[in-house]
Unconditional design. Structure first.
Length: 464
């Protein structure tokens, strides 16, 4: 592993991100009556794509926006330019990750056919609302403006083909509503809201619902670790694994995710009760076992469309053994064009031979061959036995290499540590299939009690 590349600068990266930041700042005050500094931000975005096929259209859109005369088509072009810049950053970083790990990348298959365009009218309404947001700016939002998303989301939800757009729009509107009125905000999440706005706007365009290329996977799936992402009303678990095809071709990295809505009283190990019944892979990952797949659908981007009927539990498979033997030769998946964003980078890696040190602010670092790598222990979920203390005391770590706040960071999924002179593995997803661990059992019981109370209350309301 090329540890020296963790901190080696990338040509053009800072310039691309600087142009994105300049445009993002223009959205803070809105594009209805742009000020000179906002016009400069629009000009920076146009300058960053000069010499590309987007150049002429972005320059025109930036001029219109700087004059306060941007129409819907101009705002869409600006969103496309921002997405292209973030995509270029993503591509540069993924190439750097490939240099660090030395692993090959999978080949992209022929894109899927365009699906029937669903709900053109409701998508147009969503686009109009998003354009109104851009004109008002984050400091100009109020409850009346934000509430305009509600009927659009309600019209989208019945159509399964629009569920992705509806979920994004609903979550974005909820964040904005919690921050109204924008004029009183002490701090604006500039990059995040610009990310959400851009993605939501582009997903309203024809062709955004293009069906991903799907093939089938038959062979052995070897789980590496489980990434848990929790919010107040939802939870998702994503299993990262190495797949060995039955036909003997090169192994590759795949993912399988499951999500569920949740009440805010269900936390910690109780989350597995919501997820476990939806995907048998979680139990296998928690127990350290492989799974045999038979014709399991998989997208070109490496995401398994999980079907329990097409999988059965296999032999024991130690994730660290898998990483040491197979991970170095497993091909990394490709990324869909609209998903190319630095925040989407999450590459499984195995680190060994490091020493851990803590900075004055409490941040943990791994030192490898004289080079430092930040460790994001805040991402260690409470739904498992892995703790920041175990990570700091470890001698080997399976994790996801990410890019955050201008640097590579490691999100631990599992570690090997020494307990009473014996090497012991601790996994973030160890409780996914159930546990006899006292802390896990207590958390599961508390979650069971909470769910039982909520079901009883819901039943009373339905009977009323």
């Amino acid at each position: 592993m090329r540890t020296d590349l963790f901190t080696d600068p990338l040509d053009g990266l800072d310039e691309a991100l600087s142009a994105v930041d300049a445009f993002d700042r223009a959205l803070v005050s809105g594009l209805l009556r742009p000020q000179p500094d906002q016009a400069a931000g629009l000009e920076a975005l146009a300058g960053a794509v000069a010499g590309t096929p987007l150049a002429a259209r972005v320059a025109e859109a930036a001029d219109k926006a700087a004059a306060g005369a941007a129409g819907e088509e101009h705002l869409v072009v600006l969103a496309a330019a921002r997405t292209a810049l973030m995509g270029s950053v993503h591509d540069a970083l993924t190439e750097r990750v490939a240099d660090i790990t030395g692993r090959p990348r999978a080949e992209r298959n022929t894109p899927g056919a365009a699906a029937d365009e669903p709900g053109a009218n409701v998508l147009a309404a969503a686009r109009a609302w998003l354009c109104d947001l851009a004109r008002a700016g984050w400091q100009g939002i109020d409850h009346e403006l934000v509430a305009g998303a509600a009927p659009v989301v309600s019209a989208m939800l019945p159509d399964l083909r629009l569920r992705r757009q509806a979920t994004l729009l609903d979550g974005f509107a909820a964040e904005l509503a919690a921050s109204c009125p924008g004029a009183t905000l002490d701090r604006v999440p500039v990059r995040r809201w610009a990310d959400l706005w851009t993605r939501a706007l582009l997903l309203t365009l024809p062709g955004a619902t293009r069906t991903p290329a799907v093939s089938t996977a038959t062979g052995r799936l070897l789980p590496l670790g489980v990434d848990v992402q929790e919010h107040a009303t939802a939870v998702q678990a994503q299993v990262h694994a190495v797949f060995e095809p039955a036909e003997g071709t090169e192994p590759r990295l795949l993912r399988a995710a499951v999500s569920a809505p949740k009440p805010d009283t269900v936390v910690g190990a109780g989350l597995w009760q919501l997820l476990r019944p939806r995907m048998s892979l979680l139990a296998a990952a928690g127990e350290g076992r492989a799974m045999e797949l038979d014709g399991m659908p998989v997208t070109d981007e490496g995401d398994l469309v999980w079907d329990d009927e097409r999988a059965r539990t296999g032999e024991p498979a130690d994730p660290f053994g898998t990483a040491r033997v197979v991970l170095a030769t497993a091909a990394d998946p490709v990324t869909a064009p609209l998903d190319r964003h630095p925040a989407r980078i999450a590459v499984p890696v195995l680190l060994e031979g490091y020493t851990a040190e803590e900075e004055d602010d409490g941040r943990l670092l791994f030192l490898l061959a004289g080079h430092r790598l930040a460790v994001d222990t805040d991402r260690v979920p409470a739904a498992g036995p892995l703790t920041p203390e175990a990570v700091a005391a470890s001698g080997a770590c399976l994790g996801l290499l990410r890019w955050d706040a201008g640097e590579f960071v490691l999100q631990p999924l599992a570690v090997e540590t020494t307990v009473r002179k014996k090497t012991t593995a601790v996994h973030a997803g160890a409780w996914a299939g159930g546990t006899t661990d006292k802390a896990g059992v207590r958390a599961e019981k508390a979650a069971t009690d909470s769910v039982a109370v909520l079901r009883e209350r819901a039943g009373k309301l339905l009977r009323a």
